[in-house]
Write a protein that binds this ligand. Structure first.
Ligand code: HEC
Ligand code: HEC
Length: 238
């Protein structure tokens, strides 16, 4: 009977640790993230693992233009690894995907390295979900100005992010997905968000948010990173 006492104390300690988790937990490495980043990937094994992911993110890695599932194709490897490690560590809530992302389902840090090496090379959807205001409108110009003043320093002029710093590329991402993430980051719901981004956007109204995200969704992706057409199908999964 002795072990049950020990188990209870451990449980109490674990619960206390969970409760004391800070509202924003952004880290630039450590743990599984670091491990996966430094492993040599096996993209063939990545294809096998990606089959699980394709159920939601589609065989092409394009997600859905309505934003339910994000586009993963073309995202920086380090960003994908960070997000996966955060999701597995319950540092970013994703109840839909969580069971499929666990080590029991797909494997350890090597599996993360393998699957992201595959995803990173997929060509992107040339027709992602876009916001309401195209170039030539006053709303587009407003979004462009907000972007230049608040986002360029991290996500770059063309929305390419920064792979060394784990800043995601956001060009080519679906409007509704970005809107949801931006709101969650602003309001503290996406716990793994970079605190500097949270500080930068805390004064954004919902209206500002729509303008800046609509603008981002109209920023073009370099042609050589796009699939030849929106009908393209991933030959690895035919
Ligand atoms: C059951 C559906 C489902 C499956 C299966 C699934 N995902 Fe996801 N995934 C989602 C959803 C939904 C989101 C976005 C959640 C949100 O809005 O925060 C997401 C988000 C992500 C993100 C974050 C993207 C970003 O831009 O930050 C990554 C990376 C990711 N998934 C990778 C994977 C990989 C790799 C697999 C396979 C091992 C996988 N997913 C399997 C539903 C799924
Ligand atoms: C200080 C750097 C910084 C600034 C400034 C910043 N961001 Fe971010 N942004 C990040 C980082 C880092 C992440 C990923 C956070 C994480 O690890 O979960 C992110 C995530 C995002 C995401 C979610 C992407 C995804 O794939 O899930 C969107 C959308 C976004 N930023 C848009 C913006 C916009 C628009 C602005 C300007 C109004 C902005 N950001 C300003 C660093 C920044």
């Amino acid at each position: 009977m002795k072990p049950s006492f020990t188990k209870h104390s451990l449980l109490a300690a674990a619960v206390a640790a969970l409760i004391s988790v800070p509202a924003f937990a952004w880290n630039e490495g450590g743990g599984e993230q670091d491990e996966a980043l430094h492993l040599t990937p096996d993209p063939e094994n990545g294809i096998d693992i990606y089959e699980v992911c394709s159920a939601c993110h589609l065989p092409e890695g394009w997600g859905l233009p309505d934003g339910t599932f994000p586009q993963l194709a073309g995202q920086h490897r380090g960003v994908l690894i960070k997000q996966l490690a955060d999701i597995r560590a319950l540092n970013r809530d994703n109840p839909t995907m969580y069971p499929f992302a666990l080590p029991e389902s797909i494997g350890d840090a090597q599996a993360l390295a393998d699957v992201v090496a595959y995803i990173e090379k997929l060509p992107m959807n040339p027709e992602p979900g876009r916001g309401p205001w195209a170039e030539g409108t006053a709303e587009f110009e407003k979004g462009k100005k907000l972007y230049a003043d608040n986002c360029v320093k991290c996500h770059g002029e063309t929305g390419m992010g920064d792979k060394e710093k784990f800043y995601p590329r956001i060009n080519g991402q679906h409007y509704n997905y970005m809107l949801r993430q931006f709101e969650w980051i602003r309001d503290g719901k996406r716990r793994n968000a970079n605190p500097d981004m949270v500080a930068q956007i805390k004064g954004f109204s919902d209206d500002d948010m729509k303008h800046v995200i609509s603008y981002v969704s109209h920023v073009p992706v370099p042609a050589d990173q796009l699939a030849p057409s929106a009908d393209w199908q991933n030959p690895d999964f035919k």
